[in-house]
Design a protein around this ligand. Sequence first.
Ligand code: SF4
Length: 554
Amino acid sequence: MTEIGLKTKDEVLIPVRMLNEYRYCPRLAYMEFVDGEFVDNEHTVEGHRRHETVDVEKGKMPSPDELFGNMRARGVTLSSSEFRIISKLDIVDMGDDHVFPVEIKKGKGPEEGAWPADVVQIGAQIQILKDNGYECNEGYIYYSASNKKVKIEYNDDVLIELITAINGMQGIMNRELIPPPLRNSRKCEGCSLAVICLPDEINLLSERSDDEDIRCMYPARDDAHPLILQEQGSYLSKNGDMFTIKKRGQKIGEVRIFEISHVCLYGNAQISTQALSELLNRSIPVLYFSYGGWFKGYTYSLINKNVLLREKQFEVSRDMKRSLELSKEFIKGKIKNCRTMLRRNCNSECKAALNELGRSIKKIDRIKTMSSLLGVEGNAGRIYFGAFQKMMKNSLDQEFSFEGRNRRPPKTPVNALLSLSYSCLVKDLTVAALAIGLDPMEGFYHTSRYGRPALALDIMEEFRPIISDSVVITVINNEILSTEDFIFRGGACNLSSQGRKKFYAAYERRIGQKVKHPVFGYQVSYRRIMETQMRLVSRYLQGELERYIPFTTR
Ligand code: SF4
């Protein structure tokens, strides 16, 4: 085997489907096989549908010396110990003394022949059949969309392609750094993992490309939305593909499960075991809050992907130098966005605050310790909240006066709104961290401690002003809320159930709002931007990006 260049064999059997992915794009194979990422798009969903018939094991597959007449077997799983590969063959057609595999593809083939990645896949299947003692020198690829069957002869060229792919796969399985994205490739436009890979964005930020035309390869908005149960005594249960919400036995709502991004339960809102189990199956997080909006915890399926990423996360969180580098970017982003808020809402009245915040940003680059950074952040917070009242149009009204930040419990309506808004943001960033495979509890700026989603709090810094504070200013200035929406009890102030409902709607509108991305240039919702920033942190941790760039707006 060494004459044809197969490298030392790894213990792991490589699925032949991964060799196809590797030939298509090594980064795609890495994300699927090493990181365990998978996302369906219209191509993969259609592919699964077409495969449902051939994946079913059907028909006999006699041993090589028992072959007789024409036969067909479907869904046959075989492996090659020599090549360390394994495959579930769609179809194996048999004659008296030979066999040949048929691979079903849902798409169109090229004008002539087959796509190179498909040739590798069918070559691997032929090799597996040979290694199991069958006479096999050719195979077929059937392209459903063009109704075309292409014959592939197993010659030296195919063998070399196969060995190159196996060696390449073994190479990426043993490396920590993800292969770089393809450059300006049309392959990315049909790739289901483009939303995770961010090919053009990563190429731009890692200076592998100076192409300014960044393609947005994911929907600008999410189709799925959070399901928020804050009605006290409400109960969520599963009914087929739907979730039903009841209160005192009466149905008060219904939602299709696939439309849910995550579930939030406030106070004594409840959920059935069947509903919880369905959410776990679909990797949809359930988040729990106190009635007052304090984020208490979450239930999520086993985090079984991106093990190496979490190792890196813990490694960097223990590396003071790299943690400080990241933290400086979080705080720089936060202060820049605080300035943006003041400039947008009360430019002429807060020149002094704007100047002071500008000086704080400049100081950050020279900071050498975490405690100095905390000092700069604390001071910037005092300056910003000192000018906060000026952003409210009805700032002279007693009801929404703001004399400074207080919490646990908040004592005034503005503080109650800020606390609730920050809690919503922590929740969304916790969900984003879980989806990527990061540990939301392990941070770089915020120290990790029991029950504290430190990573979510870190990334939240740059979004506090432009999302949380912005929603608070909007609901006050647009008179979406009035004093009647607040409850005052024992010196504490909280929103009423009705007030919360209005607030959550305003918050969802804000994060669903599309903005032009300042670096990538495309239109995208704030929710997507939060996910993307979390991904950029992960790429920094994995060493793909030298620097994390916070999201800032002008
Ligand atoms: S988006 Fe492009 S670079 Fe990224 S994995 Fe897919 S094909 Fe490869």
